[in-house]
Design a protein around this ligand. Structure first.
Ligand SMILES: Cc1cc2nc3c(=O)[nH]c(=O)nc-3n(C[C@H](O)[C@H](O)[C@H](O)COP(=O)(O)OP(=O)(O)OC[C@H]3O[C@@H](n4cnc5c(N)ncnc54)[C@H](O)[C@@H]3O)c2cc1C
Length: 605
């Protein structure tokens, strides 16, 4: 295996597979394809190999994404929500992609949500099948004696133990007593029989439990040598002295594919062009079999558009010649978003300072609509969610946020069923005796409501043919009335959590520091809450859906083999293909998509 910043021996060569981007999608599929010695595989990654950078390796730095130039790509969205606010857009621009800088949270969505992908027309994409691939990617670390005595439980049937991505809990596991208190608090606040200590990889995610992490636990608790597991740790570094057929070029940005067309057959990708990420001359390689686009949900849509695959009006405006008019590319964008509450600890509350090489001490909980708003409001909200599918679909398509009214109607109906009939969790309430974002580290208790499965749809498109110009990203979150009602109710519910025992006994009465009762009083109206939310919410940096896997006549951009419609030999293997958002942090799912894609490609060889 070669990892190099020098294109000298690469430019002009022919590779069977050229993979664009080295996140969980790209590296999983590249590594699995390179198991076949006769295949020559090239990965082109815009960022650099940062394997010795403690901002990557140290789990204590897992909130550092925003601090590290050279580690992440950072720019601003289009002005949002009619108030002109621009949101951060961030992804890991380094070997391993966002898995090298993310929060490391490890878990899967609700079973029913993956089954819904199949209901949408993607044969073979269901919980049973995809969870087997998610397990294949996983090397779950069984708890040691200290972790067991700290209360770490897990569902063995939910995990894989011999895969590539090491996952589990840090060693030692600290602060669990207070975290279990947080879980009990959420249970008390919902007034339901909410399960606690649940395993968020099990497909049954309604409940509260400890965060699990993509982590390599310290071999010896006294050294506190916990390390992040990135996609590079899992799928590249173990093969440094083997796999001569796998080459990774870092520091270069792929700018477009070139195609040939013969007769009536669909265009065929024959080459990939790339430039130094810092700017410079264009180089190219030839492609013998396929291009695999894995540049993340924003980067992959931009790369397809730069290559002439996308909505021809968008392409024309950007000065790019159309190869395939595929209008859904860059639409259907669904991120998750959150707002943070912080509380001053009571003087009697124990404080566990963040330790080096330790992720933050937080627990999480995933709640259904009824658990947050109560049965009767859930009934009326659910009714209007289901009843407004057609008008919402028409409105979003008219505004360019999807390409097919019928396709979006089906997606929104499926999403409404998941919320109303199947009771999948709609919100995450992360919290406990630490802030999720521990920089700067302070003694604080937090509750962070996060909307998991937006009904709102956004879009992302290139605006010029210059590959170094960032695309426009219009998240368009909180445009759907259901998302607005749900999020406002969830902000009120976060306060309810904080005023419920046992957490209420751990914080100073009236000690809410963010947003604070002075800024949002306890009797705030919906409009007052909304003003605060719009000025303060942040995206979770979990974008999906921009190159949706759906039947073509429903507005899909890739088929169930992840092949881009209208061209012969281009697949997309990353978070872009997820048609509807899941109730989870996405990386474990993207690793599963990479594993499944590798098998689909091998079967086609
Ligand atoms: C700050 C942050 C925190 C997160 N926290 C969590 C978490 O705790 N748990 C979780 O499950 N998920 C988390 N995520 C999300 C998760 O990391 C992503 O969903 C996942 O990494 C997506 O994988 P991917 O392969 O689709 O894309 P990415 O991981 O984004 O990888 C895409 C790669 O492509 C490269 N690239 C882009 N364009 C080009 C180009 N033109 N040429 C060459 N290379 C290119 C990028 O540099 C990048 O390396 C977080 C993400 C961020 C940004």
């Amino acid at each position: 295996l070669t990892i190099t910043t020098s294109p000298a021996s690469i430019a002009g060569q022919t590779y069977d597979f050229v993979v664009i981007g080295s996140g969980p999608g790209g590296l999983t599929v590249a590594s699995r394809l390179s198991e076949i010695p006769s295949l020559r595989v090239l990965v082109i990654e815009a960022g650099l190999d940062q394997r010795n950078n403690s901002l990557v390796t140290d789990p204590g730095n897992s909130g550092s994404a925003f601090l590290g130039p050279g580690l992440s790509k950072l720019f601003f969205s289009a002005p949002q929500n009619d108030i002109g606010r621009q949101l951060f857009i961030v992804w890991g621009q380094t070997l391993g992609g966002s898995s090298s800088i993310n929060g490391m949270q490890w878990g899967r969505g609700a079973k029913e949500q993956y089954d819904a992908w199949e209901t949408l027309g993607n044969t073979g994409w269901n919980w049973s099948n995809l969870s087997s691939y998610m397990k294949k990617s996983e090397r779950f670390q069984r708890p040691n004696a200290q972790q067991t005595s700290a209360g770490f439980t897990f569902d063995a049937s939910a995990h894989g133990f011999s895969g590539s991505v090491s996952a589990g809990e840090p060693n030692p596991l600290l602060g669990t007593g207070l975290q279990f208190e947080y879980q009990d608090t959420v249970k008390n606040a919902t007034r339901t029989r909410l399960p606690t200590r649940i395993d968020f990889s099990s497909g049954s995610v309604n409940g509260a439990g400890l965060f699990q992490y993509a982590i390599q636990p310290s071999p010896n608790a006294s050294t506190l040598d916990n390390r992040r597991t990135s996609a590079a740790d899992a799928y590249v570094y173990p093969f440094l002295t083997t796999r001569p057929n796998l080459t990774i070029l870092t520091g270069y940005t792929a700018t477009r594919m070139t195609f040939t067309t013969s007769g009536n057959s669909a265009p065929k990708a024959t080459g990939v062009e790339f430039i130094p990420t810092a700017g410079g001359d264009t180089l190219s390689v030839k492609v013998a079999k396929e291009v695999i686009v894995a540049a993340g949900a924003i980067g992959s849509a931009a790369f397809l558009e730069l290559s002439g695959i996308g909505n021809k009006t968008v392409l024309q405006a950007a000065g790019v010649q159309t190869v395939v008019d595929l209008p859904s590319v860059g639409t259907n964008l669904q991120d998750q978003f959150f707002n943070n509450f912080e509380f001053e600890p009571a003087s009697s509350a124990p404080y566990i300072p963040p330790a080096a090489n330790m992720p933050p001490f937080v627990s999480t909980s995933f709640l259904t609509l009824a658990q947050i708003v109560g049965n009767s409001t859930a009934g009326s909200l659910g009714k209007s969610l289901t009843g407004s599918v057609e008008s919402r679909a028409k409105d979003a398509v008219a505004k360019g946020r999807f390409s097919s009214v019928n396709g979006l109607k089906k997606m929104l109906r499926v999403q409404a069923d998941l919320v109303v009939k199947q009771n999948v969790p709609v919100m995450e309430f992360l919290g406990g005796p630490a802030s999720f974002d521990q920089i700067p580290a302070t003694n604080t208790w937090s509750v962070t409501p996060t909307l998991l499965q937006p009904s709102s749809r956004g879009s992302t498109h290139i605006t010029s043919s210059n590959p170094l110009d960032p695309p426009t990203v219009d998240f368009n979150l909180l445009s759907d009335p259901f998302d607005v009602s749900l999020f406002i109710s969830s902000m009120r519910f976060a306060r309810r959590i904080a005023s419920t025992p046992p957490m209420s006994t751990r914080i100073t009465p009236g000690g809410e520091t963010i947003p604070s009762l002075a800024v949002v009083p306890s009797n705030a109206t919906d409009a007052e809450w909304m003003d605060y939310i719009l000025a303060n919410y942040l995206t979770a940096a979990h974008p999906v859906g921009t190159i949706p896997m759906l039947p073509c006549d429903m507005g899909g951009a890739v088929d169930e083999k992840l092949k881009v419609y209208g061209v012969q030999n281009v697949r997309v293997v990353d978070a872009s293909i997820i048609p509807i958002q899941i109730s989870a942090h996405p990386q474990a799912t993207v690793y599963g998509i990479g594993e499944k894609a590798a098998d689909l490609i091998k079967a086609d060889l």
